[in-house]
Ligand binder design. Structure first.
Ligand code: C2O
Length: 503
């Protein structure tokens, strides 16, 4: 195993990903940030230098942090924020994980302003290694011209904000006639371009880093074969359009088997789960250019037209694990009911079992575990404690809301046993034979989902909606094996974060 060191300077700079200039929060001045690429078993060292003039924190999305729960990067849960003008080092290994991940700020909505990057863990034993020649990274996102914290205030209002645009690998065009007067904007900033060579086979790693948009991803005329979801190899399955929600990742194999030409890659907003104003948003596009094709001819418009239901994940039939494993029986069942309504101050909030999460930013739950004071956590910390190693837990989400929610679990992958409509989990419909294991899955609109996981990773793990909803309380914390946590010794630098001068 190798140690891979990444020096990451977070700072605000003026950028114009789609031609519209705005201040973005960046990693090393670029957007998206640099890709962290390592091999299975390697050590990842991320030296963060915070020049944002705001506090921050960095989370490696999907990484288990076994034995290093203090490096999970969630303010109020696993650490205190990194103040501005401070440096902090995240240092962890990835002993048993491979696949497609990402890293991002977990502080407020900073990632929406640009603190995101891909995190790829290569697998020396990749069963599909002989099936593709090259890898291509495809990062999808919705894109907002206004700073995320400002948008947040209007997010739950009836005239909710819609994205200004979407990007593929940080690029797109924008119609500057829509920009407010006085802004700096150029038309035709340019699309992302992917180079294909005839007959070569590509593994596309696709990551949705949006603030709240689910997409259908596709390439005109090209069939995709899903082989990985969030670190789990899947059976090869041919599809034309891939639904991908916030925080989710897939690998697909695409063969350059069409005639030498230019083709449209598209990321279509799933508008059924977006505010009404989203109706006019165009399809986000990029160009697939075959070697030998004219450089700038406009590709023909030949979209796949297969019908797919919006606002739900790829159906289980097309997402089966390559390696079957025996799923243990659950011994504990937890029901989480999600609802949106006003809190006692009249502010719209998200509630889980009647409680809305409020982060405690002057300490962290993990700190409290080390201090032995988690017994006194207020209800607003939405904490659930698991004391038994090996306990198998089912979590049923019941969603009474008229929106879907991409729920991400830290510290684990879970088996997705099923999803359905209505507010009662249909236990006869649960799949315990070959469910897929992943870390981010969508609860349908007015529906339910059922997850199973094993208590085996000491730490405090966030479990939350990956949309803006995490900023209005749709967050839980799983306090896992506090006795085991107490046998670990966190680094001094981590403990000191809570003592540093705050801004
Ligand atoms: Cu991608 Cu809790 O995060």
């Amino acid at each position: 195993p190798k140690t891979n060191t990444f020096n990451l300077v977070l700072k605000k700079v003026n950028l114009a990903p789609d031609g519209f200039t705005r201040i973005m929060s960046t990693i090393n001045g670029q957007y998206p940030g640099p890709t962290i690429e390592v091999n299975k078993g390697d050590r990842i060292v991320m030296n963060i230098r915070n020049e944002l003039e705001d506090p921050t924190s960095i989370h490696a999305h999907g990484i288990f942090q076994k034995g290093t729960p203090w490096f999970d990067g969630v303010p109020g849960q696993t650490q205190c924020e990194i103040p501005s003008d401070y440096e902090f080092t995240y240092n962890f290994t990835v002993p048993d994980q491979v696949g497609t991940y990402w890293y991002h700020s977990h502080d407020l909505m900073q990632y929406v302003d640009g603190i995101v990057g891909a995190l790829i863990i290569h697998d020396p034993d990749d069963p599909y290694k002989a099936e593709y020649d090259e890898e291509i990274l495809v990062m999808l996102t919705d894109y907002h011209h206004t700073e995320a914290q400002i948008l947040l205030n209007s997010f739950l209002t009836p005239e909710r904000d819609v994205p200004d645009n979407g990007l593929i690998n940080g690029k797109n065009n924008y119609d500057c006639s829509k920009a407010p007067p006085g802004s700096t904007c150029v038309d035709n900033a340019g699309l992302a371009k992917f180079e294909f060579v005839s007959n070569k086979r590509y593994r596309l790693r696709i990551i949705n880093t949006s603030a709240f948009s689910a997409f259908f991803f596709s390439i005109d005329k090209h069939v995709m074969e899903v082989i990985e979801v969030e670190g789990t190899y899947t059976k090869r399955n041919k599809i034309h359009r891939l639904p991908i929600n916030v925080g989710q990742r897939y690998s697909v194999i695409v063969t350059a088997d069409q005639s030498v030409d230019n083709y449209i890659m598209r990321s279509e907003f799933q508008k059924k789960c977006m505010p009404d104003g989203a109706i006019s948003l165009p399809v986000v596009t990029a160009i697939v250019h075959y070697d030998g094709a004219p450089e700038d001819s406009v590709p023909k418009d030949i979209p796949w037209t297969d019908f797919l239901e919006e606002c739900i994940d790829l159906i289980p039939e097309t997402l089966q694990p390559l390696y079957e494993e025996k799923v243990p029986e659950a011994t504990r069942e937890i029901i989480h009911e999600i609802a949106f309504h006003k809190d006692s101050l009249g502010i719209d909030k998200a509630f889980i079992n009647g409680s809305t999460y409020v982060p405690n930013l002057i300490s962290s739950t993990l700190t409290k575990v080390f201090e032995g004071t988690t017994a006194n956590l207020p209800a607003s910390e939405n904490a659930f404690t698991f004391n038994t190693f090996g306990e198998v837990v089912d979590i049923y989400f019941i969603n009474t809301d008229e929106g879907e929610h991409p729920i991400h679990m830290h510290g684990h992958q879970f088996w997705l046993l099923g999803i359905g409509n209505g507010t009662v989990v249909d236990k006869t419909a649960l799949n315990t034979v070959n469910p897929i294991k992943r870390d981010t899955s969508t609860i349908p609109i007015s529906g339910w989902s059922a997850l199973r996981f094993v208590v085996d990773n000491p730490g405090v793990w966030g479990h939350h909606c990956h949309m803006w909803h995490m900023q209005v309380g749709l967050v839980m914390q799983l306090i896992e094996l506090p006795d085991e946590i107490n046998k670990l010794s966190p680094p001094e630098e981590w403990a000191e974060l809570c003592q540093l001068k705050r801004y």
